[in-house]
Ligand binder design. Sequence first.
Ligand code: EPZ
Length: 424
Amino acid sequence: MAKILVNSSGPLHGEVEISGAKNAVLPLLAATLMTDKTCVIEGVPDLADVTVMKKMLTNYGAVIDDSVKGELRVTVGEITSCEGDAELVQEMRASIFTMGPMLARAGKVIMPMPGGCTIGKRPIDLHLKGFRALGAKVVEDSVNDIVTVTAPPEGLKGDAIYLDFPSVGATENILMAATLAKGTTIIENAAKEPEIIDLANLLNKMGARIKYAGTDMIRIEGVECLSGCIHAVIPDRIETGTFMLAAAITRGDILIKNALPGHVRPIIAKLKECNVGVELTDEGIYIDARDRELIATDIKTLPYPGFPTDIQSPFMAFLTTVKGQSAVIETVFENRFMHVVELNRMGADISTENRKAIVPGNKQLHGAKVRATDLRAGAAMVLAGLVATGTTEISEIYHIERGYENFVGKFKGLGADIMKIDND
Ligand code: EPZ
């Protein structure tokens, strides 16, 4: 089983380039199913999840040219299958983002249900509510854990859809399905994440007529068909936050290039509350935590533009090292404190009650054998290992490789004493 070893590394210093956003590129790739013309996606990060999405698309009939690094040329001349691959869906939950495009393009999709994961049961009821509102027939086979969604013979028809929770995935799936529906669709209480705007920009380049993406009410005028396009993926705001915290936790200074400050405002605000220096320069976001007394703050995760749930665990690792007690409240997922046990193995002494964690702070962490319990928790353990005494050994690092491009290499470039050891 591959592992990452991290030794106490002292202040990190230097520059890091942010890659394309995992949570943008996955729906963008799914959207290429909606045309028989070629779509060129640029700035594609080299991630395990992108590999899985490429396999999903190929299974549906896509031809993908990946001969140019960081660029995918996708052509889905015809749909050769309407069935999602069960193994791929289990490997990557975001495979379900192909449901909306398949329903729009082929009028049918048969999708194995994605299991829950360590952070929650993660139902897809809101996705299915949206498909039904557009006139689709949804058959849930709970015995075989498969859902079949079929458009009516006359095609999907626009409607008003209210999301009980501003689900990112449901907003994206419904947005894509509605793009080729007849008439107007309004998504109310829509998710407002930057990845939604990036998807709407791609679809509008393809000929869609989408307005107000990024607000809580998105309006889609259905069109007959879509053309190809060329589109560059937005930078990854969660990777950006992760490296901002790498500077903060090690009391170093890092220039984060190719980052969009407007996508990380809550993280900037909270780091400033902890007395971390944040400067927006023409080169990028400069984080300076040298020679400062860093202090506690409280965080509460919320849908965008609130504090992002994906930065909760890396930020918690940082809060174990500052002066004073912090409270961390997780409101988006019901079980996203699995990393607390792992941080406590390192001496963090964090306590939890329901969705609230109390982080005492003022801790000198010590190295230990820990697990990456999810993608972002894995990043949190690397951050903790950078400032722990001795060596921290992180297992189950496939989680990390799903969503961070060249993670170990980027940290090495900043002076971290870190290495990946393959199957020992
Ligand atoms: C996306 O997941 C991201 N993944 C997640 O990032 C991110 O944490 C999450 O949005 C929230 O920002 C991708 O974009 C690939 P949701 P998604 O639907 O779409 C409940 C990472 O580490 N819900 O907004 O699955 C759900 O249970 C990953 O990069 C329903 O109840 O998130 C959860 O409690 C982790 N019914 C809440 O909404 C539904 O039909 C938020 O889920 C759908 C969701």
